[in-house]
Design a binder for this molecule. Structure first.
Ligand code: 3HC
Length: 283
């Protein structure tokens, strides 16, 4: 099967990055948001990112214009009828994802592949509301999508070999390196990342070191691009708390238990860069 047209559900931080990377790789892209203000915000983010790529000499103005021309927005999932592959990057809420999967299953052509960009939810549960379990998988991108070179594939016990082959061809066409994990909470990256991030909050909460020293220690001592608390601000405290809670819910393992400070910062609206304040101030 040849993938020509890609659908992306959600045009937030991840959805807009996925739509941009697909359009830059030559696919026709249809992206859906729940209202026109959010759709416009997402498309503006993509155009800004393309303009930045042009200004940094990563692509020509003509290539950026072609990528823009390949992208269309919609508010209606019914418009996805001629998509060969859809990546769902909507809010991390299982009930909403199941609604989207059920609707897409009735709209998409029989050959189409249905993927979720979820970072922690059960892909098998999403597949269970479709009649194409063999064509459902997780395609987990990393933030910022245009920069991060990895895709994590999540294979359920229903996903067919053929679907995995097509997904690999698709990932390669986006210029990404791919790894595959079983459908278990956190997959590979978040299974390892979350205990590390949560531990950083624990040691800060317990007064072992200042936040700056924790970050500098990891940034310069291990050569990570960002220390753990800066990374938490970057990914979003609410997102990390959601992932940790989902992992704790399934494993009941203390390694995934969110520290009290993280939960309270989220309740206080200190979500990181997106809200202007997290462990650091971005106002
Ligand atoms: N979109 C497009 N390009 C971007 C970008 C964005 N949002 N942010 C940065 N870039 C590009 C810049 O244009 C620049 O490109 P160039 O070097 O070719 O000119 C390059 O990335 C480096 O950017 P900067 O010089 O501005 O800044 P840094 O060197 O500090 O890099 C960073 C920024 C790439 C974000 C780097 O700090 C980094 O890699 N941080 C770690 C990110 C990370 O760990 N992401 C994974 C999060 S976990 C996740 O997503 C999973 C989820 O389930 C939680």
């Amino acid at each position: 099967m040849e993938i020509k047209r890609v659908g992306v559900v959600g045009c937030g931080l991840m959805g807009s990055g996925i739509a941009e990377v697909c359009a830059r790789s030559g696919y026709e892209v249809l992206v859906r948001e729940v209202n026109s203000a959010l759709l416009q915000k997402g498309l503006d983010r993509i155009n800004k990112s393309l303009a930045k790529a042009v200004s940094r000499g990563k692509m020509s103005q003509e290539e950026a214009d072609q990528a823009t021309a390949r992208m269309q927005g919609t508010l209606d999932l019914a418009d996805f009828g001629d998509c060969d592959l859809v990546v769902e990057a909507a809010i991390e809420n299982m009930a909403i994802k199941k609604e989207i999967f059920a609707e897409l299953d009735s709209v998409l052509p029989a050959h189409a592949i249905l993927a979720s960009n979820t970072s922690s939810l059960c892909v098998t549960e999403m597949a269970s509301v479709t009649r194409r379990g063999d064509k459902v998988l997780g395609i987990h991108f990393f933030n910022p999508v245009p920069v991060m070179p990895l895709i994590e594939f999540v294979r359920t016990i229903l996903t067919s070999d053929e679907t995995m082959e097509i997904a690999h061809e698709f990932g390669a066409s986006l210029g990404k390196t791919m790894v595959t994990a079983k459908d278990t909470p956190g997959f590979i990256v978040n299974r390892l990342l979350m205990p590390y991030i949560l531990d950083a909050v624990h040691i800060y909460e317990n007064g072992l070191a200042s936040k700056e020293d924790i970050d500098t220690a990891i940034h310069l001592g291990l050569n990570h691009p960002m220390g753990p608390l800066t990374l938490l601000d970057f990914v979003g405290l609410d997102t990390c708390l959601f992932i940790a809670d989902a992992m704790y819910e399934e494993y009941k393992d203390a390694r995934y238990a969110a520290p009290p400070l993280l939960r309270r910062m989220v309740l206080a609206g200190h979500l990181g860069r997106k809200s202007g304040k997290g462990f650091y101030d971005y106002s």
